[in-house]
Design a protein around this ligand. Structure first.
Ligand code: MOS
Length: 740
């Protein structure tokens, strides 16, 4: 292995910083028209009329689409559900007069240029019949229900085990509290956009901001009844997403609709405020109870969550399941309910569900540690789970103990004075807190193609995406190592619906999935080359089998005598090929899936400093010790964890979308009023990768790490804030007004 396990800069880095990488809203065409969306001003009701005359009269306006004049060809297949859709009836823009959420598109203006389209949109008058709406989860939770249909890929909470009620009542020490997290919105740097290039004769090429080009491709062909070969979706570069690009959004549907109707190229880009109508991390209220023996042994865990969804889809994520497997406990009762709001359907956001449920569990564990007068880390070690309590299965690997130890050591945890408000420097109170993070380690079935070119370079291809995670780079490392080539000789192609089948890039599964597929197809290519080399006349490798040869520098050479070799090009030619292209599909091992549980783990240690006079709160130090199997590229891996921790800081201290319940609308729909951490908010973040061997989750030994960095971080910060100030904040974000 030359490349795997070594820090490498992104192979796409130069393209990204020089502007050579183009994003969905940047592609153009000579006939390109521009769409601008008019959004609903009410949260619930129906459109009575849309006055479009003034807009249409504006020079340069080509068409105004509403539910009254939209082409009948749209929505042929009714409720087509995309690859990651929750159960329900997906939103269909301009389908009819019904309004389901504030910000819902009610018209699309298409003009020769963007400014004309926007100007014309401002001239459109919409009248509504507004119905009473409800956007307050605190009210709607009274009508919470268990979803009748489970969302694909999301396990409902496991059935209860033991008797949690009795065990809790009998426990000498207990904590029972409510922990809630505000709604949060994705704010990727690249706003969502779709550019549809009209290729003539009903063919379109679509540049879409999406985490899976094939998800958009299937969506378009199904919704518009188009032949597969008439649509190609490209998304080679994605300017951040982390869930916001998993599902095709309404700007895609509208751009395709307009392009097909006008028979010309159309782009629809969303403004930053329109992005707030795509979905959000659901507001979630956790009710959590823990019971323990006097020596800290957990006797009971009860965790119920109520999360917001829309009226038309049962959006679900795993919020409470973590509480059944994080620690050893015989009496566990978990519950997960949804409550409908008259708002857009929530949307997966980095580690969907986990940082919400783990905020509750890890805050409650901290509260329990104070009641027990026990060190919070000690309490966690005291209840360390050797098996997955939800299933009874062993873990494929779990080096969390090492993560606790290494993280604590690096942080200096042993120097912590357990007394709240006891650590001070100048005016600042210092707080140290910690928490555990857990996320699923998954592999998904994925296909990849490897093509050896006549000049000896290699192209590997699969339809997955790189949302900034480093997919291009790790795939190049894997392929280069497998084929004994230099990374520069490997060209990676992704983000194209015409490439071999891949699921969306999500769930932290891409390295294990696309990575394993690329490695497997390269190995297949090696076998094929060796077969050709062996059958050459007077082949120096005539009797060689795989274990007798090496594949390096474009040659198959005998291990025993490296001077005897066949070049890849000669082997290829001997087989009658100018270039050699193979495809391979890899899937997770079903026996492993049946008998093991696979998770990544993290131990997060945090220092906060609080100046009560000035009302300033800073996260000055974070140590995140992560156990995530093999680390392919410590540089891009570290960036992933740092990104997750920064987002965790945002979740803990800043991020919150406010709803005006009278209007039923998200109010702070811009980056001035929706706060995310900026550079000045971020101090030291130290990432440790704990050694972890995992030969079961994926052939590569990889478990994935795009999401684990955010899980546990907000809880560790809340725990540190308590240690600093003696104030327990159970409602995120922890804004300064809640603390002083
Ligand atoms: Mo992730 S929220 O599956 O992009």
């Amino acid at each position: 292995m030359t490349y795997i396990g070594t820090p490498r800069s992104r192979v796409d880095g130069r393209a990204k910083v020089t502007g050579a990488a183009r994003y969905a809203g940047e592609f153009t065409a000579p006939d390109l028209a521009h769409g601008y969306i008019v959004s609903s001003a009410v949260a619930k009701g129906r459109v009575l009329s849309v006055e479009t005359e003034a807009a249409r009269a504006l020079p340069g306006v080509l068409e105004v689409f509403t539910h009254e004049n939209r082409p009948g060809t749209a929505w042929l297949s009714g409720n087509y559900q995309d690859e990651v859709a929750p159960p329900g009836a997906p939103f269909r823009p301009l389908y009819d007069s019904q309004i389901q959420f504030s910000g819902q598109p009610v018209a699309l203006v298409v003009a020769e240029d963007f400014d004309t389209a926007r100007d014309a949109a401002s001239l459109i008058r919409v009248t509504y019949e507004a119905y009473p709406h409800q956007t307050d989860l605190h009210v709607q939770r009274a009508k919470a229900y268990v979803p009748s249909k489970k969302r694909d890929g999301i396990d409902p909470p496991p059935p209860p085990r033991g008797d949690a009620d009795a065990a809790l009542a009998a426990a000498p020490v207990s904590v029972r509290q409510e922990y809630s997290i505000a709604p949060e919105h994705h704010n990727p740097m690249e706003p969502h956009a779709s550019t549809v290039i009209w290729e003539g004769e009903g063919k379109i090429t679509v540049h879409d901001k999406i985490q899976g080009a094939q998800n958009s491709h299937n969506y378009i062909t199904n919704v518009f009844g188009l032949a597969k070969e008439n649509v190609r979706v490209l998304s080679p570069y994605v300017g951040g997403a982390f869930g916001s690009g998993l599902r095709p959004h309404h700007q895609l549907a509208l751009a395709v609709m307009a392009s097909l109707a006008l028979k010309r190229s159309v782009r629809v880009s969303l403004t930053r405020d329109q992005m707030f109508a795509l979905g959000y991390r659901p507001m979630t209220i956790n009710t959590m109870a823990l019971g323990a023996d006097a020596d800290g042994g957990l006797r009971a865990v009860q965790h119920e969550a109520v999360a917001s969804t829309s009226t038309y889809e049962d959006y679900q994520e795993a919020v409470v399941n973590w509480s059944g497997l994080a620690y050893r406990c015989d009496n566990v009762k978990l519950g997960y309910k949804l409550a409908q709001l008259d708002a857009v359907t929530p949307l997966d956001m980095r580690a969907p569900g986990a940082p919400l449920g783990m905020f509750a569990l890890e805050s409650a564990m901290d509260e329990l540690s104070y009641k027990l007068k026990m060190d919070p880390l000690e309490l966690r070690l005291r209840n360390y789970a050797e098996i997955d309590g939800n299933t009874g299965h062993p873990f494929t690997s779990k080096e969390l103990r090492a993560a606790y130890r290494q993280g604590a050591e690096r942080f200096g945890w042993s120097r912590r004075n357990p007394e709240p408000r006891s650590m001070k420097e100048g005016r600042e109170l210092i707080g140290w807190g910690m928490a555990t993070g857990i996320w699923e380690a998954q592999m998904q079935q994925t296909s990849a193609r490897a093509t050896l070119m006549p000049d000896g370079t290699l192209e590997v291809a699969t339809a997955t995406a790189d949302i900034g995670t480093g997919t291009y780079t790790i795939l190049a490392q894997i392929a280069a190592d497998a084929m004994g080539l230099a990374m520069e000789q490997v060209m990676v192609r992704i983000g194209d619906s015409s490439l071999p089948t891949s699921p969306v890039e999500g769930g932290s599964w891409t390295a294990a999935s696309a990575g394993s597929a690329v490695q497997a197809v390269c190995y297949k290519l090696r076998d094929e080359l060796l077969n050709h080399a062996r059958s050459m006349p007077d082949s120096p490798l005539a009797n060689a089998s795989l274990q007798h040869v090496t594949f390096t520098e474009g040659r198959i050479a005998l291990r025993s005598d490296p001077a005897r070799f066949v070049t890849y090009s000669d082997a290829m030619r001997a087989g009658g090929h100018r270039m050699l292209s193979l495809e391979q599909t890899t899937s997770p091992d079903p026996n492993v899936q049946k008998t093991y549980s696979s998770y990544t783990h993290a131990a997060v240690f945090v220092e906060v400093r609080v100046d009560e006079e000035l009302g300033v709160m800073r996260v000055t130090r974070v140590v995140d010790a992560v156990a995530a199997g093999k680390i392919l590229n410590p540089k891009t891996a570290r960036s992933q964890i740092i990104g997750g921790v920064v987002w965790g800081i945002g979740m803990a201290l800043e991020e919150e979308t406010f709803t005006d319940h009278a209007l039923g609308r998200f109010m702070n729909h811009n980056l001035a009023e929706y706060h995310v951490p900026v550079n000045a908010d971020i101090h030291e973040i130290d990432v440790i990768f704990v050694e972890e061997e995992d030969d079961k989750t994926s052939p590569l030994g990889v478990k994935g790490l795009g999401e684990i960095g955010i899980v546990g971080t907000a809880a560790a910060i809340a725990n540190a804030v308590f240690h600093a100030t003696g104030k327990r904040i159970r409602d995120l974000p922890i804004t300064i007004d809640k603390v002083i």
